[in-house]
Design a protein around this ligand. Structure first.
Ligand SMILES: O=P(O)(O)OC[C@H]1O[C@](O)(COP(=O)(O)O)[C@@H](O)[C@@H]1O
Length: 335
């Protein structure tokens, strides 16, 4: 695949007023989400739930793509149509999470590093055959008094860049995701400093590995105080700090930036994105790739009565997509 092809997929992922729905929870993470609302974590429940999300009518009005998990990309609707086929028919670009999750970084208590590079070339080739057009790899950066170490930042960014180069070789758009975790009592200033160090290291590493930025998407956390911090920030403050750190570190050649929700409420995640876009124009589209902030309301509704609430749960996902799609244009108004 040429760089032009990669670029056109990347641009379609961040088309005006559209974002991505992240439904790539690993089996352990979906277990936590299901348990919270009393759903059994069986393969059939996971399949049925992902079908509900992927077949929500008119999803593609505000959703460009969806990130799937290894199990999900192999699954089909109850009528036997592979999810990737349904998605392509409905104008939703299939993406795939390819990292194998974070493990403790030896020698650096509190830091983690994401694994999954071994055998990645072969796995990517299979995902391409299964219909994926983009991939995702998430690095986790913890903040505490002693974390993150510069070693953890470098190790994670090196892995992200190695993954990104392999994706482009395979014809997949790499979504590179450094997530600075919101847990902790750190200030917004500390969050800013960590984001700045991580993004600088990431774009250096991408350069070193010959990754073409034109065919890459950044998925990133927002600059926000820790959840346990006494000083919570106003919407405008989060938006201003996030835009500032991105302008300082992210080259303008990148086709787009999307955010993760990271434990923000639905309302916060939409309000922050909206405020950032109202401060535009920016060098790149700013959109969303939310997991929880796209799904949690729908999951709660579905858990109460899987049959009776099916259509309403789909409408709820759609409503979240619409609000976030408007926020991606800076046109959302709080209710
Ligand atoms: O730990 P896992 O199973 O890889 O899942 C992490 C989740 O974090 C995300 O990267 C972002 O999700 P949130 O918007 O809920 O923070 C999702 O794409 C993914 O499902």
């Amino acid at each position: 695949m040429s760089i032009e092809d990669l670029e056109s997929v990347a641009l379609a992922m961040v088309a005006p007023g559209k974002g991505i729905i992240a439904i790539d929870e690993s089996t352990n993470t979906i277990k936590k989400r299901f348990e919270a609302v009393g759903i059994d974590n069986t393969e059939e429940n996971r399949r049925a739930y992902r079908e509900l999300l992927l077949t929500a009518p008119n999803l593609n009005e505000h959703i460009s793509g969806a990130i799937l998990y290894d199990e999900t990309i192999r699954q089909s609707t109850k009528d036997g149509v592979p999810f990737t086929q349904v998605m392509k028919k409905n104008g939703i670009i299939p993406g795939i999470k390819v990292d194998k999750g974070p493990v403790p970084l030896a020698g650096f208590p509190g830091d983690v590093v994401t694994e999954g590079l071994d055998g990645l070339r072969e796995r990517l080739a299979e995902y391409v055959k299964l219909g994926a057009q983009f991939a995702k790899w998430r690095a986790v950066i913890n903040i505490s008094e002693d974390n993150p170490s510069s070693t953890a930042i470098e190790a994670n960014c090196h892995a992200l860049a190695r993954y990104a180069a392999l994706c482009q070789e395979a014809g997949l758009v790499p979504m590179v995701e450094p997530e600075v975790i919101m847990d902790g009592d750190h200030s917004i200033e500390v969050s800013y400093e960590v984001h700045e160090a991580v993004l600088r290291s990431l774009f250096n590493a991408l350069y070193e590995q010959n990754v073409m930025l034109e065919g890459t998407i950044l998925k990133v956390s927002m600059v926000i105080p820790g959840k346990e911090s006494d000083e919570q920030a106003e919407v405008e403050e989060v938006a201003e700090a996030t835009v500032r750190v991105l302008k300082t570190t992210v080259p303008a050649t990148l086709p787009g930036i999307v955010f993760l929700s990271g434990g923000q409420t639905d309302e916060q995640s939409t309000a922050h994105l909206n405020a950032m876009n109202r401060m535009g124009p920016h060098p790149w589209p700013l959109s969303f790739s939310y997991g929880r902030a796209m799904q949690q309301a729908a999951l709660k509704l579905w858990s109460k009565d899987m049959k009776a609430n099916y259509a309403d749960a789909q409408k709820t996902v759609l409503a979240r997509a619409k609000d976030n799609g408007l926020a991606a244009l800076g046109q959302w108004n709080a209710k």
